[in-house]
Design a protein around this ligand. Structure first.
Ligand code: NAP
Length: 287
């Protein structure tokens, strides 16, 4: 199995529309900070990720109602400039004033003066234009460096693109993995045309892919682990950022090993036959 040695490896990078390059492998944090007994290993895992070049950290005000952001604030103390922080505002907070207030609370918990990329977590009842304007104002004020969206489907993106602040979207964070390929039908091509990278969440299908027998068999035959196969499949695309979550250093090391896997054309074709791409439009899936 690759990547257990902890060696420093070359991090793939993905270019945002604004031109900034960010790590293609980031650290997910949903449920991180929920369990006090896991806290010290979770801190060590985040720090190992940063040491390994996985300096993009994904979080949200929703995660543990702020607990994940607090733990990240602790993990990055003294090394803020090394990391690229992504956080998200709840849709019910995403009014003009509510977004600014939510951002201030996240900044406080993260113990920083700016968020690198701030996302609308999903679309709620606040008009999209108001949320996007609020994000653009926060960028003007220097509270955030970039902004984007999450769980927005093709129609929502068309609407966002029709208002001035929509043109500033730097990513759409979406459920995307071998078992969830629906977005490849029209949303991925739409984003690709505009050079907007996908940030693939739940890239391991919340460990479902690790337990998948077909993928386990493929991985065994190709000297990798199922998690590495699932992540390498996403990393084969140069405009996809993966943000797997793990709360242990051991599994993080394993997952980082995916950066050393270059799937061949034959291996990609075999994965396509096991996990077929969509054959027609599908409504957006989200967790
Ligand atoms: P995920 O990354 O697909 O899977 C995480 C699960 O897999 C955890 O239970 C983890 O357990 C386990 N795992 C990790 N590596 C493993 C390995 N090598 N072998 C076996 N098990 C392994 O799921 P996710 O956390 O839902 O998604 C990743 C991140 O995306 C989240 O943490 C969050 O930051 C973001 N997200 C965003 C949205 C959104 O709406 N925008 C929705 C969902 C997620 P351990 O922790 O015990 O290692």
């Amino acid at each position: 199995m690759r990547g257990i040695s902890g060696k420093t490896r070359r991090m793939h990078k993905v270019t945002l529309p604004v031109g900034e390059r960010v790590p293609a492998f980031g650290l997910g944090t949903w449920h991180v900070g929920d369990d006090a007994a896991k806290r010290s290993e979770e801190l060590a895992t985040l720090r190992l990720g940063i040491d390994s070049g996985a300096t993009l950290i994904d979080t949200a005000e929703m995660y543990g109602e702020g607990k994940a952001e607090e733990l990240i604030g602790e993990a990055i103390a003294g090394r803020r400039d090394e990391v690229f922080l992504v956080s998200k505002v709840y849709p019910h907070n995403a009014t003009r004033r509510g977004t600014a207030a939510a951002c201030e609370r996240s900044l406080r918990r993260l113990k920083t003066d700016r968020i690198d990329l701030y996302l609308l977590h999903w679309r709620g009842s606040v008009p999209l234009e108001e949320s996007l304007d609020a994000l653009a104002s926060l960028r003007e004020a220097g509270k955030i460096r970039h902004y984007g969206v999450s769980n927005l489907d093709r129609g929502d993106m068309d609407e966002a693109w029709s208002v001035p602040a929509g043109r500033g979207i730097e990513t759409d964070q979406l459920l995307y993995n071998l078992a969830r390929r629906g977005i490849e039908w029209d949303l991925v091509p739409w984003l690709r045309e505009r050079r907007i990278p996908v940030m693939a969440y739940s890239p391991l299908e919340q460990a479902g892919l690790v337990r998948n027998r077909k993928l386990a068999d493929f991985a065994r035959r190709n000297e990798m682990t199922p998690a590495q196969a699932a992540l390498a499949w996403l990393l084969a695309r140069d405009d996809v950022i993966v943000i797997p979550k793990s709360s242990t250093r051991m599994r993080l090391q394993e997952n980082l090993g995916a950066l050393d896997v270059k799937l061949t054309v034959g291996q990609l074709a075999e994965l396509d036959s096991m996990f077929p791409p969509p054959s027609g439009p599908q409504s957006l899936e989200m967790l």
